[in-house]
Design a protein around this ligand. Structure first.
Ligand code: 3PG
Length: 395
């Protein structure tokens, strides 16, 4: 989908409303992961250097239309100032007199963070009046929040129809990386989909079987597929009510010429806890008192062997219970092999909250072609859905 970028924009002296995603992890008032703020900073720097008055708006958490002091964006404004190495102002509302006055004090190059848009009920209902109040603050709208683009909210969608709208550098990078992965990929194209439940990734699997050449299913989700095929999976996590759906996905994959890869062996234990006694077993005969907690070494070795034959790889979801050692082993080995293959030309794109944690845990977060900062938006994009925040930038 064509969209306007900052390349075609003269912002000198102009008020620019920048939709960011400052929905960052916060514990005891402290930000525990600055990734989203760091990734946003190039757009702010560019706008500032070109003389814009930068007005940053974002949601944080889910205050449900009420002012919740613990969900203020004040700590994010301070962190943004630290990352940018310059003063970033903050105003305690995102619309109305206070916000308008704060904007009126900005000089070219200055940056201001507005208070949480979700303190107003009109944000999530995409209320035209609330969108107009936001639009009133600026002359140009720049959206850099791909990770919130699956929400048709006033600050992601409504306002884009009221001001000339552009994609920021982070939005642009996300869209270009995702298009190269699934829109116009070099083939063969493989996807690895892991995670706990088939039921949460049904649409995603359905979309992928029609697009990718190879689909690797991992995590507890694979147990459902194995059980649906009549394999004994012991007391592994699986969804008995999804067996029919799993078989249907396998049939659709066959029709579409998509090869499905399921684990052939598994690491099992009696319970999920750190460092219990484990055993490697064939994935079709798991002992009745054991559960699959990680993909087995033979399955990982087979995947690693196939990596050089793929030109593009999309990855969402870990292959095992990676947060509990030693069940991180399969995901970590594969992540390192993907990083190595990327050095030799594989285009690797990953995304989703758990996947990002797993890649960070494996120490390869910077070694894939692109790691999306989005969670829900990345999933909806994998499902083939149109993201309203992106659609509103078309032009
Ligand atoms: C995210 O963290 O995925 C985005 O900021 C969207 O947040 P939401 O799920 O609360 O809309």
């Amino acid at each position: 989908m064509p969209f306007r970028t900052l390349d075609s924009l003269d912002v000198a002296g102009k008020r620019v409303l920048l939709r960011a995603d400052l929905n960052v992890p916060l514990r005891d008032g402290k930000i525990t992961d600055l990734t989203r703020i760091e990734r946003l900073s190039p757009t702010i720097r560019e706008l500032s250097q070109n003389g814009a008055k930068v007005i940053v708006c974002s949601h944080f958490d889910r205050p449900k239309g009420k002012r919740v002091p613990e969900m203020s964006l004040a700590p994010m404004a301070a962190a943004l100032g630290d990352v940018l190495g310059k003063r970033v102002r903050f105003v305690e509302d995102c619309t109305g007199v206070a916000a308008e006055q704060a904007v009126g004090l900005l000089a070219p190059g200055d940056a201001l963070v507005l208070e949480n848009t979700r303190f107003h009920a009109g944000e999530e209902t995409n209320d035209p009046n609330f969108a107009r109040a936001l639009a009133k603050l600026a002359e140009i709208f720049v959206n850099d929040a791909f990770s919130a683009a699956h929400r048709a909210h006033a600050s992601t969608e409504g306002v884009a129809h009221l001001l000339p709208a552009y994609a920021g550098r982070l939005m642009q990078a996300e869209l270009q990386a995702l298009d190269a992965a699934l829109g116009n990929p070099l083939r063969p194209l493989a996807a690895i989909v892991g995670g706990a439940k088939v039921s949460t990734k049904l649409e995603l699997l359905g979309n992928l079987v029609g697009k990718v050449d190879v689909l690797i299913i991992g995590g507890a989700m694979a147990n459902t597929f194995l059980a649906a095929q009549g394999n004994r999976v012991g007391k592994s996590l699986q969804e008995a009510e999804m067996h029919g759906t799993a078989l249907d996905i396998l049939a659709r994959a066959r029709d579409a010429g998509c090869r499905i890869v399921l684990p052939t062996d598994a690491v099992v234990a009696r319970e999920l806890k750190p460092d219990p006694p484990t055993e490697v077993v064939s994935a079709n005969v798991v002992p009745a008192n054991a559960m699959i907690l990680d993909v087995g070494p033979a399955s990982v070795a087979a995947l690693i062997q196939q990596l050089p034959s793929w030109k593009t790889l999309v990855w969402n979801g870990p292959l095992g219970a990676f947060e509990t050692p030693p069940f991180d082993a399969g995901t970590v080995s594969l992540a390192r092999a993907v990083a190595e293959a990327t050095k030799h030309g594989l285009r690797s794109v990953a995304g989703g909250g758990d996947t990002v944690s797993a890649l960070r845990h494996a120490g390869v977060i910077d070694q894939l072609s692109y790691v999306s900062s989005a969670g829900g938006a990345f999933l909806e994009w994998l499902e083939g859905k149109t993201l309203p925040g992106v659609a509103a930038l078309a032009g």
